[in-house]
Design a protein around this ligand. Sequence first.
Ligand SMILES: NC(=O)C1=CN([C@@H]2O[C@H](COP(=O)(O)OP(=O)(O)OC[C@H]3O[C@@H](n4cnc5c(N)ncnc54)[C@H](O)[C@@H]3O)[C@@H](O)[C@H]2O)C=CC1
Ligand SMILES: O=C([O-])CC(=O)C(=O)O
Length: 336
Amino acid sequence: MGLKMEGKISLELTNCRAKGGSSGFKVAILGAAGGIGQPLSMFMKMNPLVSVLHLYDVANTPGVTSDISHMDTGAVVRGFLGPQQLENALTGMDLVIIPAGVPRKPGMTRDDLFNINAGIVKTLCEGIAKCCPNAIVNIISNPVNSTVPIAAEVFKKAGTYDPKKLLGVTMLDVVRANTFVAEVLGLDPREVDVPVVGGHAGITILPLLSQINPPCSFTSEEAAYLTSRIQNGGTEVVEAKAGVGSATLSMAYAAVKFADACLRGLRGDADVIKCAFVPSVVTELPFFASKVRLGRNGIEEIYALGPLNESERAGLKMAKKELAVSIEKGILFATK
Ligand SMILES: NC(=O)C1=CN([C@@H]2O[C@H](COP(=O)(O)OP(=O)(O)OC[C@H]3O[C@@H](n4cnc5c(N)ncnc54)[C@H](O)[C@@H]3O)[C@@H](O)[C@H]2O)C=CC1
Ligand SMILES: O=C([O-])CC(=O)C(=O)O
């Protein structure tokens, strides 16, 4: 038997054994070969709650899949390339994470990405409605304030909409807020929990500095500095990267923190609470980011905003005005 043949046999044997034996959840990442997708795929391969990891992209998935599949962790990794393989990538998934789409360059707003990313998210969500209508969906693609409403409309049209299972990922705003607040207070960021509500763009990002755990207080200069830095954290990275993209590594970290929370909720863990941009009745807007409790059905409870101070009330008013426009834009796009 020639060497070539031996190689073939051993590959077949590997495939025979790759059955996803460990118990856990099935997770798909759409846009897995991108700046966020690659480190996110690596982190999810390391997550013990994941038994099967599907990596989908329109480019470069074979290389990323081959690379990640050599990690000696429990999850079985499979790669899917291009629209013809989308359905296989999605079938049977418990959680679908979407970081597909173009990122900002300096001088752009997140809304400037709408024209390209709206269509990408719409198509991917049509696939989800068809192949895994019960999956939890985590949307990372910007502008989140519009892409989440687009996803909702796609699911409604398909008759599969479950508002408990659709979540826009705003975790990076919380991650940044925890980091920047800890810097100002001289604390370990792991001991700080800042609720960030509203949406995920500029003034719609509303950190509630009056509700930080552990309770703390700021001078008005500190509060103004922190609010502005948290609201402009994305732009800070876009400018530092000077044309080669936006936050990818901190976003992958935040996305995996959030996905892990969703999976722990699905497993039945108690008191899994995170901020996310979700279908909501907390304000008069149909979508809003606030604290949610995650459980076996996805979002089990959405928490009210709680008492706000004067500047937070003013910030909320401005945030809602901008959010209403972005939400409407998404709904119009998906229903036209
Ligand atoms: N929610 C949040 O907090 C954050 C959101 N983002 C957003 O995440 C998105 C991705 O950012 P990066 O990973 O840096 O961009 P990237 O350009 O590095 O990667 C995007 C990936 O999506 C893939 N893609 C494009 N069209 C696709 C389709 N139809 N189906 C599947 N995959 C497709 C591309 O091939 C590429 O691999 C951007 O929209 C960005 O604005 C970025 C940071 C934070
Ligand atoms: O700023 C961007 O374009 C990417 C993003 O959403 C973030 O880093 O928060």
